[in-house]
Design a protein around this ligand. Sequence first.
Ligand code: SAM
Length: 277
Amino acid sequence: MNEPSGDIKSMTLYHHVDRVVNELRELGKPNDEPLRVGELTPFDQLHYHSTEAVDEAIRATGIGEGSSVLEIGSGLGGPSRYLAATSGAAVTALELQEDHHRMAVDLTRRCGLVDRVTHVCGDFLTHPWDGEEFDAVVSWLALYHIPQRAILLDRCRSLLPVGGFLYAEDLCERRPFDDDEREELASELFANYLPSSDRYRQDLADAGFEVLVCDDMSDDWTAFTRGRLDQYRQQQDRHLRVHGEEVFETMCGFYTTMVRRFSDGKLGGIRVVARRI
Ligand SMILES: C[S@@+](CC[C@H](N)C(=O)[O-])C[C@H]1O[C@@H](n2cnc3c(N)ncnc32)[C@H](O)[C@@H]1O
């Protein structure tokens, strides 16, 4: 999986960025009212365990007031806003999809965080950084979308000082996929790089990182995605009222796919903390 196959919008999670507009209406803030970071977290964190996972990154990397942080694949900007608001760090939030980027910019402005979160729209593999450096590079469920891991890690390395941290939560291969499954995952999840956890570590070592933590999140995320689907279905009436049928069906379908993929024991999850040597 070295070249991206297809289009990221083949992943249905990314179809309805207007979910956010519906949630803001439900919050009673449909126009340009100021927002608080905390009231967005139920719907702006597109990974597992919401802000707890961001707290984990802050703890593991020592990010704090005055730190500079890059988030790769920042989605709606939820983790970056929470990280900046909680730790006082300056965060650059890089996102590929323009609709998500635009929504993130607006939410950050309404949260009063423009001085601490800078949104950038681009592809991490090609974005020109012009010599910029960060104390930490962080990412939640985005790196598996990106092909060419050697280039990705080389770019991460060049953005960090010696001793700088890379924190990633990501998907990986727990047991080998066959060719058909890889093709399905390339479409359903826009999965372009799903190595085993051993390969994941080796790639980091080859790129000049010392791996400090490499946790297998597979069982945890299997349980999490099951709970998420159950909860979403239990709140069917609420979601139909707020979002309508198309969004409800799309989200149910996506959450079901994740449960099926994790439950068959082949798709896995990984959390790594590494330091540039
Ligand atoms: C599952 S979402 C997670 C978003 C965010 N990290 C969060 O946890 O809320 C992954 C994001 O990575 C972005 N992404 C994928 N490939 C990318 C690339 N090459 N450069 C920048 N962002 C990318 C996607 O567009 C998507 O918004």
